[in-house]
Design a protein around this ligand. Structure first.
Ligand SMILES: [Zn+2]
Length: 126
C-alpha cells in the first residue's frame, strides 16, 4: 500500500494581509477627550504592534468589543479555483470610537486584552 500524499487546501494570503508590515505611527495624543478606557489605543496604555486589518463590523453586542469580518480567497488545488471565505476576529472597541455594526474599521494587533481579543480598533472609516 502506497501512502498517498494528501494536498487538498492551500492557504492563500488575502489581500488585506499583504500590508502586514505596516508602520505603527504614534497614536497617543494629548488627552483632550474624556476617554478613561485603559485599553484604548489612543488614550490608554495599550501599545499596538504587528498586523493591521480592515473589516466590516458584524456585531457590537458585547461590551467594548466588536466582531469584524473581511473576505479572503482560498485556493482549491483540485479545481484550480478560488473559493470565498471570511476571516473573523474580535477587537476591543473603546468608547471614544464606539464603532457600530456596518461600520468599516481599521484594527491593529496588540497584547491580549481578553481570551479572544488581541486587536484594538484604531480608526473608524466611514
Ligand atoms: Zn479613547
Amino acid at each position: 500500500m502506497v501512502a498517498e500524499k494528501k494536498k487538498t487546501v492551500k492557504e492563500v494570503k488575502a489581500s488585506s494581509e499583504t500590508h502586514a508590515k505596516t508602520e505603527h505611527r504614534e497614536l497617543k495624543t494629548e488627552n483632550n477627550s474624556n476617554c478613561i478606557d485603559r485599553k484604548c489605543a489612543i488614550h490608554g496604555t495599550v501599545e499596538t504592534r504587528g498586523r493591521v486589518f480592515e473589516g466590516i463590523v458584524v456585531s457590537d453586542k458585547m461590551q467594548k468589543t466588536i466582531t469584524l469580518e473581511w473576505p479572503r480567497l482560498n485556493f482549491l488545488q483540485k479545481y484550480e479555483r478560488y473559493e470565498k471565505r471570511h476571516s473573523k476576529i474580535h477587537a476591543h472597541n473603546p468608547p471614544c470610537l464606539s464603532a457600530k455594526t456596518g461600520d468599516k474599521v481599521r484594527v491593529a494587533e496588540c497584547r491580549p486584552l481578553a481570551k479572544t481579543v488581541t486587536f484594538v480598533v484604531i480608526e473608524v472609516l466611514r
